[in-house]
Design a protein around this ligand. Sequence first.
Ligand code: COA
Length: 159
Amino acid sequence: MTKAIYPGSFDPVTLGHLDIIRRASNVVDHLIVGVLNNQSKRPMFTVKERVEMLKKVTEDIPNIEVLSFSGLLVDFAHQTNAQVIVRGLRAITDFEYELLMSQTNRKIAADVDTVFFTTKLDYAYLSSSTVKEVAAFGGDISQFVTPYIEQRMKEKLNR
Ligand code: COA
């Protein structure tokens, strides 16, 4: 059974992330979406909220599990018996960072491999920070996130 982890901050989950989640879930038996409890970022949503939001937007995908983690990604992979890490590549600028990260992870844990999906062109420009910025200034984010996430962001921003 192929078990993979798609890790990230998901603050919030965007349509770009969802595209990767759907495509990855089609090629592995079980996909864990791993929400990083990242102390170095100041998130809009708590880890608990992000897990809850991811569960909601992926509820129609049967082979998905959403979990939070802290510490090293490869330790989380070992704890969950995942052999594969899934990452999305949006543009060439993502490549250098992702290459270093996958090589570092392989150095620490040779039994865990990274597989890359190229992000759908429609979402190649997208990031969670951009979505938050547009929302903070009252812009339309309906092209970037699902209606449920849009609603959660409005509630957070008291709109
Ligand atoms: N669609 C839309 N946006 C995307 C995207 C896609 N397909 N792929 C990435 N992004 C965006 C994210 O929204 C995020 O935007 P933001 O910076 O505005 O929030 C940005 O790209 C990158 O974020 P993300 O993919 O969430 O990664 P990250 O850098 O926050 O975390 C981890 C990456 C979790 C894989 C990494 O930090 C990690 O493994 N941490 C654990 C510690 C560890 O093991 N370190 C050693 C590894 S060398």
